[in-house]
Design a binder for this molecule. Structure first.
Ligand SMILES: *[C@@H]1O[C@H](CO)[C@@H](O)[C@H](O)[C@H]1NC(C)=O
Ligand SMILES: *[C@@H]1O[C@H](CO)[C@@H](O)[C@H](O)[C@H]1NC(C)=O
Length: 183
C-alpha cells in the first residue's frame, strides 16, 4: 500500500513537471496549426557569434508551411553584405513527436517547446557540426511584437536551458528584414 502511494506520488510529480515544461500536451500537438505568418521576436544561443551580426543563425522568419507529409517549409530572411536575402528550408519530421531535422550550417534537430498557435511559438534547436555542438532557442510571434509576459517566459525558458542572459536577444528593435516580406 505504502509502495503504491509512493508510486502515485512520483507519477503525480512527473506529470506536474511535464506540464510545466510545455503548455501544449504532447499528444495534442497539431502541427497544421503552426502554419502561416510569423515574426522573429527572440533569439538565444550558447554560441553567441552564431546569432550576432553576420552569424549564420541570425535568421528572421516570414512564413511556415506544413506539407501533407508533415515536413515543414520555412521562409526566412538573413542579412548578407547588408542585404536581406531569402532562405528556404524544408525540415523533415523525425521519429520523435514535434521534432524536426534540417541541414543548415551543420545538422540541426529542433522541436516545438511551446506554442499557443495564435500568439507565439518557441523552438529549441541543437546544431552538430564537426563534432561541435551548440543550442539555440527562438521565439516567434504571429504579430511583429509580443507582450512582455511572453518575452519574459522565453527568457526564463532559455535560462532554464543554460543560456546566459547576455546571449538572449530581443530582436524587435533590430533590422529583421520586415521590409523584405511579401506584404
Ligand atoms: C515532403 O514533401 C516536401 C514537398 O514535396 C518535400 O520537399 C520533402 O522532401 C518531403 N519530405 C519527406 C520526408 O519525404
Ligand atoms: C558584417 O558584414 C558586413 C559586410 O560584409 C561588414 O561590413 C560588418 O563589419 C560585419 N559585422 C560584423 C559584426 O562582423
Amino acid at each position: 500500500m505504502k509502495l503504491l502511494l509512493l508510486l502515485a506520488l512520483k507519477l503525480t510529480l512527473f506529470f506536474v513537471h511535464a506540464e510545466r515544461e510545455t503548455s501544449v500536451p504532447r499528444k495534442n500537438f497539431d502541427a497544421k496549426k503552426i502554419e502561416g505568418e510569423w515574426y522573429s521576436i527572440g533569439l538565444a544561443s550558447d554560441k553567441r557569434e552564431k546569432i550576432e551580426e553576420n552569424g549564420s543563425m541570425r535568421v528572421f522568419v516570414e512564413y511556415i508551411h506544413v506539407f501533407k507529409n508533415s515536413s515543414l517549409a520555412f521562409k526566412l530572411h538573413t542579412i548578407v553584405d547588408g542585404k536581406c536575402t531569402e532562405i528556404h528550408l524544408v525540415c523533415d519530421e523525425t521519429q520523435n513527436d514535434r521534432e524536426y531535422y534540417v541541414e543548415y550550417d551543420g545538422h540541426n534537430t529542433f522541436h516545438v517547446l511551446d506554442t499557443d498557435y495564435d500568439d507565439y511559438i518557441i523552438f529549441h534547436l541543437k546544431n552538430v557540426k564537426d563534432e561541435e555542438t551548440f543550442q539555440m532557442m527562438e521565439l516567434y510571434g504571429r504579430k511583429s511584437h509580443l507582450t512582455s509576459n511572453i518575452k519574459k517566459m522565453f527568457v526564463d525558458l532559455c535560462k532554464k536551458h543554460g543560456i546566459v542572459e547576455e546571449n538572449i536577444f530581443d530582436l524587435t528593435e533590430a533590422n529583421r528584414c520586415l521590409q523584405a516580406r511579401n506584404g
